[in-house]
Write a new protein. Structure first.
Length: 325
């Protein structure tokens, strides 16, 4: 067997879709075509490799580069597709593809490889474990978009001394206001300075470059309204940013990932988060997206509480990572 590992090209698409069909039992043409289009628009944001034996495609691996999603600091490469022809398994081809991904990722100043797998995918879990990956201290949460949108409305939690803590925008109290009373609209390019300012107040970091990139991604998604801002008293009170994901990590259903959320501290505990989440779920359901997911650090208790009140529960997925470089 003389295997060559090279960049995936347009001419590989038909063979890639067929190999993926053999592995997953589903034709995920939409996912692979969308991924190829996204990589063409942003070639520095994706790495896609093919393993070939002569004219035959016998394996593939791809990842996308993240730089700030889910509140992380530093660039990471998210491995969301990897597959080996069943007849070629057991010969180390998966490890070779992973090593080639690592080399390409390090050239792009990536410091960490990350991925996910369903806990029942024992072969994939063993693969990552044998390749030196470890479980991350992050929880993968999910929610159906079609479940009820009438979230619980517990009384506001109060900081020691009896005063309402407005410093944590994730602690939205879900007072009896609906998204109809808090205007929520699609993100516009002119909103970027307000998003950066809110994020700086919440995180203490200047992540202007991250939000410029995210806004550019959103504005390229014509007609897909999954990144939103809320307004109160004539100013932006919060934002939530999400993307549709048609097939990442081997999924065959349409899933959305939301990776950024923030509420202006002055408007914390005014149901801004509740209104944005309700509108996001409504928009996603109208697009035929059945599930929304996110990732949260195990000790981000305020955000975990907010998401629990929004109906999110732990997904049956494990998150892995490995330092590189």
């Amino acid at each position: 067997m003389s295997i060559t590992i090279r960049e995936l090209v347009t001419d590989d698409l038909a063979a890639l879709i067929e190999l993926d069909r053999r592995l997953t039992g589903s034709v995920r043409r939409d996912f692979h075509e969308r991924r190829q289009l996204a990589a063409a628009e942003d070639p520095t944001g994706f790495i896609a490799l093919a393993a070939t034996d002569g004219p035959d495609l016998v394996g593939y691996a791809s990842c996308h580069i993240q730089d700030g999603e889910f509140g992380a600091a530093g660039r990471v490469a998210v491995i969301d597709a990897i597959g080996i022809d069943p007849a070629r398994r057991g010969g180390g081809l998966g490890r070779r593809l992973l090593a080639a991904l690592e080399v390409a990722a390090v050239k792009r100043s990536v410091g960490e490889l990350v991925s996910q797998a369903d806990w029942s995918e024992q072969s994939m879990v063993r693969f990552f474990q044998s390749a030196g990956f470890e479980l991350t201290p992050r929880l993968v949460l999910k929610r159906a978009t079609t479940d009820g949108l009438d979230f619980d409305a517990p009384a506001p939690e109060r900081a020691q001394g009896g005063e309402v803590n407005l410093s944590d925008p994730s602690g939205d109290d879900y007072a009896a206001l609906s998204r109809d009373l808090i205007p929520v609209r699609s993100l516009a390019e002119a909103d970027l300075p307000a998003l950066v300012a809110i994020d700086r107040k919440v995180t203490g970091r200047d992540r202007a470059a991250y939000y410029r990139r995210k806004a550019a991604e959103v504005l390229r998604q014509s007609g897909v309204r999954v990144s939103l801002v809320a307004e109160r008293d004539g100013q932006i009170a919060g934002f939530i940013m999400a993307r549709t994901d048609f097939g990442g990590f081997g999924r065959v259903d349409a899933t959305a990932m939301f990776d950024s959320i923030g509420v202006e501290p002055a408007f914390a505990r005014h149901s801004v988060g509740r209104a944005m989440m309700s509108q996001l779920l409504t928009n996603l359901a109208s697009l035929g997206v059945e599930t929304v997911q996110t990732q949260v650090g195990w000790n981000e208790f305020g955000l975990l509480g907010f998401l629990a009140r929004c109906g999110f529960t732990p997904a049956q997925r494990l998150s892995f990572s490995r330092r590189v470089g």
